[in-house]
Design a protein around this ligand. Structure first.
Ligand code: C2E
Ligand code: CA
Ligand code: CA
Length: 513
């Protein structure tokens, strides 16, 4: 690698020096020949001159070879330099410009930006990319990234510039934007290419993206500020539930700082015992008795007060902290279940499993260990996974649920009706309960089509031998409707909000008998 140090001018100087040397040798040789002819020399002198002549010829030849070698090396060096430049500026996998190339490009655009000119920057990040990498392996992850690149190219206009700036993060840069309204069309176009599935390892996967948007010069005067701000917008899109987009707003920076703060505090929260479980009663609609509870986590933050799970579960999910937090939830809920079943032997406990927890390779062992440790009756434990998590990789879901069912645990499909709700999938899922999402109940008393949906879900569940739990019941009317529709259980503020352990015990005492 030593010759990389020679720069272009030094290389040229070296070649020139060798060429001069050859010229000098040729001149010497011609002069010598001339001398031989000019003088009448003795045999001895003649021999000596011949030898000198030969020596000179050899030196001349070896100098010529060196010159050839040097030229080859020089060419190699130039080629290497070009390759290194290419490597430094492009992404090996997708062959797109990389972060360095994009940053330099944006810098030069910003330097020559005319007044009134707007540049649009879109930061596109694949949702849950880690899951694909973890479950299918990196080669499929790579394949997906290449497919995504092709699809993004399809959605781009002629003057757009596409770069890959991180693992699963892409940028589209658009110059000379007329107005920011038409930009919304562009975003729609990008989202549309993700509406059909990707085929990986002969299976179909739906992939969604979170998109952050920033405009220059409004949202930043240089590449550094713009990249930081478009990234903040992308994070907000993620926090808003993914599969969505967000335009940068200066208040985001503060939110981002807060997010980083919360993430670091979340790490310490387990040791500091800042989490608590609340329990929400589940009622049997026919007998109107409490038949079980759903355990719902809360974070008792020393300064911020009680924090709801929606504000921190996704952060725990992102950082992987959900694994230890989820274990804590499961263990605590199981100890509580063990305690309550001493007096109320038929009570059940529902525990939520997040996507990452369910996809964790150790999930079966974790559940097994906790059942052993707490001594609960596994049939009284109901693990909840959302419909979207279940359908993300149906074969893995079926295999994992079956393994856990062998331990005696039951499964519920949470938030049913919010995802793809494919009936053919539902038939294959070894779950015991369907939880109808609260969103249907919200409008059920006004909207006839919601009534029909609930009635259909219930009769479908009956055919599949599943129990149905309605979530978010807030009124007597809703309860009456559910009873008439033959729904099994209900959960909601109409009966009780999620409450701390002592209050849950009071509910048990009052309502169970
Ligand atoms: P989820 O599993 O769908 O839980 C039901 C949520 O609906 C709870 O919110 C509950 O308080 C709320 N809810 C119940 N009945 C009513 C009602 O009548 N009206 C209204 N407006 N809301 C009602 P919560 O406790 O804030 O939990 C939100 C979400 O956070 C949960 O949704 C679940 O996805 C997640 N979560 C909570 N605890 C855990 C946990 O321990 N682990 C995991 N992975 N996720 C959790
Ligand atoms: Ca739930
Ligand atoms: Ca739910």
């Amino acid at each position: 690698m030593g010759y990389f140090v020679i720069d272009r001018s030094a290389g040229l100087a070296l070649i020139a020096a060798v060429a001069m040397l050859i010229l000098l040798l040729v001149v010497l040789w011609v002069r010598l020949k001339f001398e031989i002819r000019a003088k009448n020399l003795t045999e001895e002198e003649n021999k000596e001159i011949k030898e000198r002549y030969q020596e000179l010829e050899e030196t001349c030849n070896s100098a010529l070879t060196s010159l050839d070698e040097l030229s080859i090396k020089y060419e190699e060096l130039n080629k290497n330099k070009e390759n290194m430049k290419k490597l430094a500026y492009s992404d090996y996998l997708t062959e797109l410009p990389n972060r360095t190339a994009f940053t330099e490009m944006l810098d030069s655009i910003m330097l020559t930006l005319r007044s009134g000119e707007t540049v649009g920057i879109m930061d596109i990040d694949i949702d849950n990319f880690k899951n694909i990498n973890d479950t299918l392996g990196h080669s499929y992850g790579d394949e997906l990234l290449i497919d995504v690149t092709h699809r993004l190219k399809q959605a781009m206009d002629e003057n757009d510039y596409l770069a890959r700036i991180g693992g699963d993060e892409f940028i589209i840069l658009t110059q000379n934007l007329d107005d920011t309204v038409t930009y919304e069309e562009k975003i729609k176009k990008i989202k549309k290419v993700f509406s059909y599935p990707f085929v990986l390892s002969t299976k179909e996967y739906f992939v969604t993206v979170s998109i952050g948007v920033a405009f220059a010069p409004k949202d930043g005067k240089n590449s550094q500020a713009l990249i930081k701000n478009v990234d903040a917008a992308m994070y907000v899109a993620k926090a808003n539930g993914k599969n969505t987009h967000a335009y940068f707003d200066y208040s985001f920076n503060q939110k981002l700082t807060e997010k980083i703060e919360i993430q670091s505090e979340l790490r310490k929260a387990i040791e500091r015992e800042e989490f608590v479980l609340f329990y929400q009663a589940q009622m049997n609609l026919e007998t109107k008795k409490v038949v079980g509870f759903e355990a719902l986590i809360r974070w008792k933050h020393p300064e911020r007060g009680m924090i709801a799970p929606d504000e921190f579960i996704y952060l725990a999910e992102e950082t992987g902290l959900i694994i230890p937090i989820g274990k804590w939830v499961l263990r605590t809920a199981c100890y509580q279940l063990k305690e309550w079943t001493k007096h109320y032997p038929d009570i059940t406990m529902a525990v939520n499993l997040s996507a990452r927890q369910f996809k964790d390779r150790d999930i079966v062992k974790t559940v097994y260990d906790i059942i052993e440790e707490t001594g609960i009756e596994p049939a009284h434990l109901e693990l909840e996974i959302t419909e979207s998590v279940a359908l993300d990789d149906i074969d893995y879901t079926i295999k994992t649920i079956e393994e856990l069912r062998k331990l005696g645990v039951n499964f519920s499909l949470d938030d049913f009706g919010t995802g793809y709700s494919s009936m053919s999938y539902l038939k294959r899922l070894p779950v015991s309960n369907l939880k109808i999402d609260k969103s249907f109940l919200d409008t059920v008393m006004e909207d006839e089509s919601d009534q029909k949906i609930i009635q259909t879900i219930i009769s479908l569940a009956r055919n599949l031998d599943l129990f149905v739990i309605a979530e978010g019941v807030e009124s007597f009317d809703q309860e009456q409707f559910l009873k008439a529709a033959n729904c099994d259980k209900a959960q909601g503020y109409f009966y009780s909000e999620p409450v701390p352990q002592d209050r849950a015990e009071m509910i048990l005492k009052n309502k169970i008998s």
